[in-house]
Write a protein that binds this ligand. Structure first.
Ligand SMILES: [Zn+2]
Length: 550
């Protein structure tokens, strides 16, 4: 019998070791391909309804793998016991400023957009430029109807912020709210808005409810026609908001009728008001018929606005709607409730003073979070005075504001938990329900967000479903949410262990590509070719409304 030499005996073992080493290094180099991995979290995708404990591999800003296999990368997040959700998308945030960013991240938001008021048309490019490379989260803006009116009807030109916070000075005059433009002024207003659409604005924002008398049905129709030419949305604080359960519904019916006639997308801003059940049914049935219309809510019973809002005037707020100032209008800074007399005194001193407006019983909030298809928009307000506010300003030192500013998204998750509303429903509301309809109108950045799927942009919010909660209150509206330890934006970790990382700014602009103008001014000649009468002003164009009717 031949005995094996030592080499012969060891050869298969050596071969095996070499092979094993090769396999190990091969797997390691694959693993090292990931920039970030999120291990052992409950990954939830509202589009496919995927809901399983898995590992997420992120590479070059995108989700490269969602797998039950073990993976590793350059950075690792252990998400055991956590939900790994699409980053929260806030389509209604009026404060896109460095001092707001930490609170936004603490509340899980990875995209904030001001779609309801928006930026002044000619200033869109500049608005975006100010934020590029300087924001930890994605940002976007629509084109403001209100500011085009302020420029044309009040001669307002004092643009400092270029968007919502300018309302603190533009709203001191009232022409933007109460004046019916002539046909020429109407065309000028539309032309200013058109500039913003050419520059890539995400549709038009209209605060129609603040201009009830000044804006004719014709004007709002022409506005929706303009956004529709670009296939983009109107986001509307509709005509009778806040109002009763008839006015609110009639207000949205105006917007939806125009949307149907023109085929243009439309967003019902904060319909968390009386009549919400019917508003929700209208939106649901229209979207089932293929119209791109949707609505958003913020999960609070009180609203917030400027003291001189037209709907707070005694004829509307007290006489028509049956409210008392003493019970419903509270100063956001002092906490004092107004009377008719103190309101009038304050209007002389500081007409745009910020107040809380109590308008619906608290019990409605749970209803809203049960409504399928609805998105969350915080309606966070700019903070004043803002002279010395920065990223570093301690949360407690920020001026008081409505708690929706800092708590809306965590609050939805908490209320869902406390009321046995399916978690997937809440996850969908906080992300996908905004991404989906915006993506459907051709906004590319939203076709690849709001979803936990391979190939999507890695905007990711990681939260603890058992503890996530809002902490802000009406008394202290700037306290951060808790139970959301980690946030990624475009594949980069921007918050770790509940600590937002200063100077990490992967936020991207959310906007359309520049476009050629599609606007055609209304002219007498063109009008008479198609229709029977010429509008004498920006009014209805109906002979009965003309001054020579007698
Ligand atoms: Zn509003």
């Amino acid at each position: 019998m031949k005995t094996r030499t030592p080499f012969q005996f060891q050869f298969p073992i050596i071969l095996c070791i070499i092979l094993c080493l090769f396999l190990v290094t091969e797997t390691m180099s694959l693993a090292a391909n990931y920039d970030v991995v999120i291990n052992n979290g409950r990954v939830m995708d509202p589009e496919t309804m995927y809901d399983a404990v898995s590992n997420v591999g992120i590479k070059d800003g995108k989700i490269a793998a969602i797998t039950e296999d073990k993976i590793s990368g350059k950075q690792t997040i252990d998400a055991t016991g956590m939900v790994v959700a699409p980053g929260f998308i806030d389509g209604h945030q009026h404060c896109i400023e460095p001092y707001a960013y930490r609170l936004m991240l603490r509340d899980g938001r990875t995209t904030i957009m001001d779609l309801e008021i928006g930026a002044h048309g000619p200033k869109l490019n500049e608005w975006y430029k100010r934020r590029e490379g300087k924001a930890p989260l994605n940002f976007g803006v629509s084109v403001a109807h209100e500011f085009a009116r302020a420029e044309i009807l009040d001669g307002f030109k004092d643009w400092k912020y270029l968007y919502t916070p300018d309302a603190i000075s533009s709203r001191v005059k009232q022409g933007w709210s109460k004046t019916r433009p002539t046909l020429e002024q109407g065309n000028q207003i539309l032309a200013l808005i058109d500039e913003g659409l050419q520059q890539g604005g995400i549709g038009i924002g209209s605060t129609l409810g603040y201009m009830r008398e000044g804006v004719s049905a014709r004007e709002i129709f022409e506005l929706q026609k303009l956004s529709g030419l670009y296939g983009r949305s109107i986001d509307m604080h509709f005509r009778y908001t806040p109002g009763d359960d008839v006015g609110e519904v009639n207000g949205i019916q105006e917007m939806l009728a125009n949307a149907a006639a023109l085929g243009s997308p439309a967003i019902a801003a904060h319909f968390n008001n009386p009549g919400y059940n019917l508003v929700h049914e209208l939106l649901t049935r229209m979207s089932e018929k293929g119209y791109n219309v949707w609505g958003e809510i913020y999960p609070y019973a009180a609203g917030s606005t400027a003291l001189n809002a037209v709907f707070l005037e005694p004829e509307v707020w007290v006489k028509a709607l049956g409210n008392k100032y003493e019970d419903t209008i509270q100063d956001v800074a002092t906490g004092e409730f107004y009377t008719q007399k103190t309101r009038e005194e304050m209007l002389k001193k500081e007409p745009t003073r910020v107040v809380l407006v109590y308008k619906i019983p608290k019990s409605a909030i749970v209803d809203w979070i049960k409504m399928p298809g609805v998105a969350i928009g915080s309606d966070g307000m700019p903070l004043f005075p803002d002279d010395n506010l920065t990223w570093d300003t301690p949360y407690e030192d920020l001026p008081n504001t409505h708690p929706r500013f800092s708590g809306s998204f965590a609050r939805v998750l908490r209320i869902a938990r406390e009321n046995n509303i399916p978690l997937m429903q809440a996850v969908s509301m906080t992300s996908y329900n905004y991404a989906k309809p915006l993506g459907n109108m051709g906004l590319k950045a939203m076709q690849v967000r709001g979803r936990m799927q391979k190939g999507m942009v890695a905007d990711i919010t990681i939260f603890d479903p058992k503890t996530v909660t809002d902490n802000s209150t009406y008394e202290k509206g700037t306290l951060p949410s808790t139970g959301i330890p980690h946030v990624l934006v475009n594949g980069i970790i921007v918050m770790k262990d509940q600590e937002p990382l200063k100077g990490v700014n992967p936020g991207q602009p959310i906007r359309f590509e520049p476009a050629e103008s599609l606007f055609e001014p209304i002219s007498k000649e063109k009008w008479q070719k198609t229709y029977y009468a010429m509008p004498v002003d920006f009014g209805g164009g109906v002979p009965g409304s003309q001054p020579d009717m007698h």
